[in-house]
Unconditional design. Structure first.
Length: 283
């Protein structure tokens, strides 16, 4: 009966793939390390990944169990952690929950799943059917995994992106950040640089004249693999790029924008967003 009380249900409709990966990783760590039962509203954005065995079927069952059994027996607490609340560390709080709980939250830090890092890497293995675009791209450009550097540039939705509690409505990083990072990559690595972006047209205009640069015009999961198999990385302030970098076990250097989404105000948002060995570049 104790197990019924320790059922946490995460609202995972917020954000895109990167955020859902954070919620899934946090939930699995709570199951693996804390003996919780965890379910998510939605795991459709994780369709590219293997996940835990039979995860999709099990998640549907656990979700129904939460609402029809645990909630009815013990009641339900609701915890709505908005993005502006995510300036603290909620690990101890999560592990201390004692009633079935519906949770809204972001949990965008390796600290929420570091204890289970090996399992999380396995869960986020890309399914075989989504690997062909990646191998085709490498073959077309004469590359191999770990033989190139990579850059992620996020622009389109960030041009009109608002974060409550942070200044402004444009969170695209300035061109100077990418120029500085590209210099570091090319000076340190000296080989081909692949640029993956949601705005390939902009990248072609700005970097297309550089003979050492290859600009991807691939789909999201192919770009994700291009980033996660690079020898060195420069990432944007995007959780999608964060995960590609975290899953990359080949990269000798990972460069990232200091403060992530808080770069305008010089405060790290979310807190503890970066692993300690990544190199932060001032924006």
């Amino acid at each position: 009966m104790k197990l019924l009380k320790r059922h946490l249900h995460f609202n995972s409709h917020m954000g895109r793939m990167g955020n859902q990966m954070f919620q899934y990783a946090c939930a699995k760590n709570l199951e693996l390390q804390g003996g919780f039962v965890c379910s998510l509203d939605d795991i459709s954005k994780l369709e590219y990944f293997e996940l835990a065995p039979n995860e999709r079927r099990k998640n549907r069952f656990k979700e129904k169990f939460f609402f029809h059994v645990a909630k009815r027996l013990y009641g339900m607490e609701v915890h709505n952690l908005q993005f502006e609340d995510m300036h603290g560390d909620f690990r101890a709080w999560l592990f201390g929950l004692k009633k079935p709980s519906m949770i809204w939250g972001y949990f965008q830090s390796e600290s929420y799943f570091a204890q289970s890092a090996a399992q999380i890497r396995q869960y986020f293995s890309v399914k075989r059917q989504y690997q062909s675009g990646f191998t085709d791209f490498l073959q077309k450009h004469g590359l191999e995994p770990g033989s190139y550097a990579a850059v992620h540039i996020r622009r389109t939705d960030y041009k009109n992106f608002t974060v409550k509690g942070l200044e402004g409505d444009d969170f695209t990083l300035p061109d100077s950040f990418y120029d500085k990072g590209m210099e570091l990559l090319q000076g340190q690595f000296g080989g081909k640089v692949v640029i993956a972006s949601d705005d390939a047209g902009f990248c072609k205009e700005r970097y297309g004249g550089n003979p050492s640069v290859i600009i991807s015009d691939c789909d999201a999961i192919t770009d994700f693999q291009l980033l996660s198999h690079a020898a060195a990385l420069l990432i944007s302030n995007s959780t999608y790029a964060w995960w590609a970098a975290w899953l990359n076990e080949k990269a000798t250097h990972i460069y990232c924008p200091k403060y992530f989404l808080g770069f305008k105000e010089h405060k790290e948002v979310p807190v503890n967003i970066y692993p300690g060995h990544w190199t932060q570049i001032a924006v």
